[in-house]
Design a protein around this ligand. Structure first.
Ligand code: FMN
Length: 185
């Protein structure tokens, strides 16, 4: 199975990017997590440009999302919401329709004890509006600076929880395939 990892932080030392890095390592050999090169390359969403001259990078993102069996989205929490970078990417993805019906796993890492809960809640709401299949289990990583060091998750219970989330995502992909098969027959 091929999963695509999207990160809402552009920081080189991002805790959330570290979660994706660890997910890519944990996923093999059963599945593969390809990490998107960075949502900061996207221009701000513009409904007129979408109609008249879709930016090539948006076409590339839509194709990558469309080709993935499932998405793993990791978000920082900024001012009690998700990041503008991630919201912007989702706005570009609304019109493409690639997210509809797609299994999506959510994770957030924050130095705070709230673990990015409010950012994931925002994301889940937006993704529901896009008809994504958001997994009921989400991964919250509070006090993340104690659990992520050297760009990887080093806390064993957190690594195990991430592995569990990837397992859930694989099951959701299998379920989505079975549903499509039933509809087609
Ligand atoms: C402008 C700004 C607002 C923030 N707001 C919150 C917040 O509301 N809740 C929270 O838990 N952390 C907040 N933080 C701290 C971020 O969680 C922290 O910087 C985190 O490391 C960002 O994610 P990253 O490491 O993946 O870049 C904020 C940080 C910044 C710079």
């Amino acid at each position: 199975m091929k999963f695509l990892g999207l990160c809402g932080s552009l920081r080189s030392g991002s805790l959330n990017a570290a979660v994706l890095r660890s997910a890519a390592e944990l996923a093999v050999p059963l599945s593969e997590v390809a990490v998107d090169p960075g949502l900061g390359r996207l221009p701000f969403f513009d409904a007129e440009a979408e109609r008249t001259a879709l930016p090539a990078v948006v076409g590339e993102l839509r194709a990558a999302v469309g080709a993935a069996d499932g998405l793993l989205i990791v978000t920082p929490e900024y001012a009690h919401g998700t990041s503008g970078v991630l919201k912007n990417a989702l706005e570009w993805l609304v019109g493409g329709g690639e997210v509809a019906g797609k299994p999506v796993a959510l994770a957030s890492a924050s130095p705070a004890i709230t673990g990015g809960d409010r950012a994931r809640a925002w994301l889940a709401e937006t993704l529901a509006a896009m008809d994504a299949r958001v997994l009921p289990r989400e991964l919250r990583i509070p006090q993340a600076t104690l659990k992520i060091t050297g760009g990887r998750i080093t806390d064993e219970p957190t690594r195990a929880a991430l592995a569990g989330l990837l397992d859930d995502l694989a099951h959701a992909v299998a379920e989505a395939r079975a549903d499509r098969g039933r509809l087609a027959s």
